[in-house]
Write a protein that binds this ligand. Structure first.
Ligand SMILES: *Cc1c(COP(=O)(O)O)cnc(C)c1O
Length: 373
């Protein structure tokens, strides 16, 4: 079976060595596995720019959404909690949905899909309503690829209301966009194993300020998603409370070594930025238009408008690229767009090859390139 390259925001293309690291069995109580998990937790805290004395990492089985749900369901007190959700895309809306299902009082403050959250408006929202206990937002809103100014928001939140818990979904930015949790005043951050750290799916994690985390004991609205209980289990005997995806930690451990060999977050950022520059300049040369203003767009995933030619049918375009081993992503919430990710084990030559392939596929579909404006 031919390997496909994933030009998506995750799961991503992983290295052969990362996949091969998983091809052996380990029991969940194996001391080797326990040591590997311990090392991974420490390294993730360090990648967040903070110390393991004040912050901890709590891995949890399942996709990123499970950790989002665990943080919201555990950190908001059962009495008197209220969350201000700052939203400019589908992942902000997902937090609102979680609060709705869990019965957590919340207010959604929405922004345009193509405009970053403005820190000034957060200051106003907090002075208009003094009852918020939590503020949350998404760092890279993968819906469009827009970057939100999480550092500025964090500083404003803490200057207006130092007691507020600040939570950031850094799922598609962590590991590739430098972020210092302490400087950004973030109390809880979540990401997953299958995004910029370039490992396989299976688990996600929260990085939390320890004092804020332990203060949440007894809040959880669910047994499986109890972040404090998960933390206590790991601190006590190094084990997950319930069966962990053992093999995937072997893969992740290898992926972290690859990150270090690449020069850490800075090195990875450099490759992704280069990928993104090539992608955008070559797509523009074909006549494609970018949805976001370049000042607001990050370098993780890029949203492009469909060509205006009536011969262009997205499903056909997608299938033809997939048949050529290139998996792309449909648009989300913005009609007439699709997305291209440039993260994972992708290099300049892969991006060049993708755009060459897009050009051929369009020609085969009867869409004239360069596109007509
Ligand atoms: C990928 C992603 C998630 C989590 O998605 P899952 O499918 O649950 O892993 C959450 N937020 C953002 C911004 C993401 O990019």
């Amino acid at each position: 079976m031919a390997e496909k390259k994933l030009f998506t925001p995750g799961p991503l293309t992983t290295s052969v060595a990362t996949k091969q690291a998983m091809t052996r069995d380990l029991g969940s109580r194996d001391t080797e596995l326990i040591e590997i998990i311990k090392g991974i937790r420490q390294q993730l805290v360090q990648l967040a720019g903070v110390s393991t004395e004040q912050y901890t990492c709590i891995p949890l089985q399942g996709p990123g959404t499970y950790s989002l749900e665990a943080v919201l369901g555990t950190s908001v007190p059962k009495q008197g909690g209220k969350v201000l959700i700052l939203e400019n895309g589908a992942y902000g809306k997902r937090q609102a949905k979680i609060c709705e299902v869990l019965g957590i009082p919340h207010k959604v403050q929405s922004y345009k899909l193509n405009e970053p959250i403005s820190p000034e408006s957060v200051e106003k929202a907090l002075s208009d309503d003094g009852s918020y206990t939590h503020v949350t937002c998404v760092h890279c809103e993968t819906t469009t690829g827009i970057m939100n100014p999480v550092e500025e928001i964090g500083k404003i939140v803490k200057s207006v209301r130092p007691d507020i818990v600040y939570f950031v979904d850094a799922m598609s930015s962590f590991g590739a966009v430098p972020l210092h949790m302490g400087d950004a005043c973030i109390d809880f951050l979540v990401s997953s194993s299958n995004k910029n750290l370039e490992s396989v799916p299976g688990w996600s994690y929260a990085i939390a300020k320890i004092d804020k985390l332990v203060a949440c004991k007894g809040n959880a609205r669910s047994l499986s998603f109890d972040l404090v209980a998960q933390y206590e289990g790991l601190q006590t005997n190094g084990q997950f409370r319930f069966t962990p995806p053992c093999h995937t930690f072997l893969a992740f451990n290898n992926a972290l070594q690859e990150l270090a060999a690449e020069g850490g977050i800075e090195g990875r950022a450099k490759r992704y930025r280069n990928n993104n520059n090539i992608l955008i300049s070559r797509m523009k040369a074909l006549g494609f238009q970018q949805y976001l203003h370049p000042l607001h767009a990050g370098y993780i995933v890029t949203t492009f408008y469909y060509p205006s030619c009536p011969n262009f049918v997205f499903e056909d375009f997608y299938q033809r690229l997939s048949d050529n081993g290139k998996v792309i992503y449909p648009g989300k919430q913005v009609d007439g767009t699709f997305r291209l990710g440039n993260i994972g084990q992708l290099f300049a030559a892969d991006i060049e090859h993708l755009v060459d392939c897009i050009k051929c596929v369009l020609t085969d579909m009867g869409v004239q390139v360069p596109l007509k404006p």
